[in-house]
Design a protein around this ligand. Sequence first.
Ligand SMILES: [Zn+2]
Length: 328
Amino acid sequence: MPKRRPAGKSPKSERAGTARAVTLGIDLGATKAVAGAVDAYGRVVATSDRVRHANDGPAGVLRAVVESARQCLDRTSARPRVVGLSVAAQVNPTTGTVEYAPNLRWRDEPVGPVLEDALGLPVRIVNDGRAATLAEWRYGAGAGAHDLFCLVLGTGVGGSAVVAGKLVEGATHAAGEVGHLTIVAGGRRCHCPNSGCFEAYVGGWAIADRAREAARSGAGPRPDDVEAITAEGVFAAGRRGEPGAVRLIRETEEYLCAGVVSIANAFNPEVLVIAGGLAAGQPGWVSAAATAVRTRCQPPAARARVIAAKFGEDAGMVGAAVWAREYR
Ligand SMILES: [Zn+2]
């Protein structure tokens, strides 16, 4: 099992002032990879460009990962001893295998060993939700919390729990996958084998699907316009006050609140951080979720502080660096 240091503590060598000690954290997404050199205080001291890939299989995608790492290293004199990779996938950190990555369409890919050969450094892989949790817990909105849950709202819905000062791993490294809590029995089909999942209502892909269905059932939009609908487009239409978008966003907020209340009751966190690009696009959701927790949770769980994440796009690289440095 991975070992970790107590929350909020830095290694002695780092506290002693070796400020140039960095860890390379890489965030691999469905369309691009970006690498950052992260110092002992969670600061990103150098980054690569966002290196795009065609999502055309492991060879091409991992070339983009290696390119991002090399770009970043070219931009700093600091030399990392270990590399962390955050990826939206079920991973086995012990073997470095990406077991299942639906957005990349990978199964059982030996990503860690391939990258170690290419970079000449140890590579440790972490699920993206867990990376965001580590960033927020160690340096962000939940720094120092003993019990924390970080909910990550993006194309999918992920998350991870810190319980009694320890990141919860689960038997197969998959604890905290609250996107697949059933919130509507017999409800919408999910990308997982279940239906009615939290993610099937609140994930970015699900918001787009629901908006497409609403558009098809109404009069007006051409079929190609319907196919081009995205969650970001729905949010933009909501800001313009378009009634259909406003209604769909409000419904989504209700699903979000249902999920957040369940999470707070189940995990009893001191702090519940709401992270991810989707949350950044709808800042009102944090206060709605906070009100729901305060008024609808069981009284002890209702004391959880519901707050917005501190890290934006850097969460994956910072969390991957924390994972690589501290969990082995
Ligand atoms: Zn699901």
